[in-house]
Every structure is written in C-alpha cells, then in structure tokens.
Ligand binder design. Structure first.
Ligand code: NDP
Length: 250
C-alpha cells in the first residue's frame, strides 16, 4: 500500500475514541484520509484522538453521539455528507459487552448490547448507504468478533450481536455490489484494549494459553486489516469475514 493511498478520502470510524477504533482512525489518517470519529462519552479521549489525527495533516472531527440513537446518527452523517460531499468508508467499530451467564443476564443487558453492537451498525450503515449508492462507491467494514463465530461462555448477548453482524454484512454485500459498495466484516480474536483488560487476570491468562500465537493481538493489527478492506486493492472482496485472531479459531 502506498503511504497516502487514502488521500482526499472521507472516512467515518465509530468507536474511534479508544482501543481498536482509535487505531483504525489513526491508520486511515496516516494514509491520508480525512477522518471523523464517533464515540459515546469519553470526551477527553475523543479530543486526544482528534489531536493525534490532525497531526497527520488531515481534516479530522470528533463527535460524542450514541450509535443507538437512530435520529441523531442520521442527522450527524447527513451533515457530514453535506459538508464533504461524499463518504468513502464507514467502519462500524463501536461496541460494548455486558457479560453474565444466561441465568443471570437481564433483559436490559441483552438489549443494551444488541442495540449498540448490531442496531448501531444498522443505524450508521443506513445513514451512509444512499450516498454510497449515488457516488457508486463505498466501503463498509464492521468489527464483529471471534465470539460471533464460536460463541463464548457468559456472552450470549455479545455473541448474538456479533453473529448478527455477519448476516448483516453478507446481505448488504449482495445489495451493494452493483454500486461498487463492498461490505465486509473482521472477526478479531482477543485484542489488548480496555475491553479485554476488564477480564480478570487469571481468566485472561487462560485465554492467552488457548491462542496459538500465545499473545493478545494489538489494535493496529486489526487496523491494518480494516484499511486493506477499505483500499482500492480490495475492490473485488465483498461479503467476507476476515479472522484476525492469532490462529485461535479457524
Ligand atoms: P473499547 O471498550 O476499548 O472501546 C469501545 C469504543 O466504542 C469506544 O470508542 C466507545 O466510546 C465506543 N462506544 C461504545 N458504545 C457506544 C455508543 N453507544 N455509541 C458510540 N460509541 C460507542 O473496545 P475495543 O476497542 O476493545 O473494541 C472495539 C470493537 O471491537 C467493539 O465492537 C468490540 O466488540 C470489538 N472487538 C473487540 C475485541 C477485543 O478483544 N478487544 C475482540 C473482538 C471484537 P467511549 O470511549 O465514549 O466509551
């Protein structure tokens, strides 16, 4: 990939204030893209990422907007499209977990996770779709999870949301293909971010032992897969699920 291959492109990354989303936003900016990040409420981190993005000499913006809120997202992205005239790529990365065994999980915890991880991706994709069709070009990459492929103890809500993203991706890929919109998903394994740091140390140690590469992944290892799928080089790849998991699930 050439260093500035996204020069002039306009990209939206949800979940861009921290962890994987931050790494994705920075990788795009390092390759010349103008980047908007969307996050929930960690404003200090959002501002920090904004400064890091601007240091690459690109246009950058940050928005504390809840991806669960359909109207707020439609308005935010409509304003974005009006200002920039286009949207080249959307990365659905905003996500949460509320882990409980199925006996203990509440309806609220179920809905919060589905509404953020799955409906959030619907809300954001919906808000860019018609523009991508009009411009006859677009890239949507959603961050699913190894847990969406394999399931996981205590993560029925999270696993359902991430598996849902895979069906969503394949259906949108079919609908977008004739307009040169590619839609793909990435299934990270266990990546070293705040989300994984929330796992108790002894449990995390056991997880790492099950990873053939014997280590957690790094956020930038996911970011490089995202920018590849958003690049011109991958224009014939659509409806695919790319696992980036150190060999943990094949
Ligand atoms: P983090 O917890 O580090 O960051 C989550 C990001 O999502 C933050 O930017 C957060 O904003 C944002 N966010 C959460 N809820 C909302 C919302 N309602 N509206 C807008 N933004 C929201 O997570 P990771 O970086 O670890 O994970 C990123 C994605 O990757 C998630 O979808 C996760 O499920 C997925 N993933 C992570 C793996 C891992 O091992 N870490 C493995 C597989 C998948 P704010 O900072 O304001 O809270």
């Amino acid at each position: 990939m050439s260093e500035k291959e996204f020069h002039g492109a306009h990209v939206i990354v949800t979940g861009g204030s921290r962890g994987i989303g931050r790494a994705i936003a920075l990788d795009f900016a390092s390759k010349g893209a103008n980047v908007a990040i969307v996050y929930l409420d960690h404003r200090t981190q959002g501002q920090q990422v904004l400064n890091e993005l601007k240091a690459f000499g690109v246009d950058a913006e940050e928005h504390a907007t809840d991806v669960k809120d359909f109207s707020a997202i439609q308005q935010l992205f409509a304003d974005f499209i009006q200002r920039h005239g286009r949207v080249d790529a959307l990365v659905n990365c905003a996500g949460i977990n509320r882990d409980r065994t199925f006996s203990k999980i509440t309806a609220e915890q179920w809905h919060e996770v589905i509404d953020t991880n799955l409906t959030g991706a619907f809300n954001c994709s919906k808000a860019v779709w018609d523009q991508m069709k009009t411009q006859n070009h677009g890239r949507i990459v959603s961050i699913s999870s190894i847990v969406g492929q394999a399931g996981n103890f205590g993560q029925a809500n999270y696993s359902a949301s991430k598996a849902g993203l895979l069906g969503f991706t394949k259906s949108l890929a079919l609908e977008g293909a004739r307009n040169n919109i590619t839609v793909n998903a990435i299934c990270p394994g266990f990546i070293d971010t705040d989300m994984v740091r929330g796992i108790p140390a002894d449990a995390l140690e056991k997880v790492v032992q099950k990873i053939p590469m014997q280590r957690l992944g790094q956020p930038d290892e996911i970011a490089r897969a995202v920018t590849f799928l958003a690049s011109p080089a991958s224009g014939y790849i659509t409806g695919q699920v790319l696992a980036v998991n150190g060999g943990m699930y094949m």
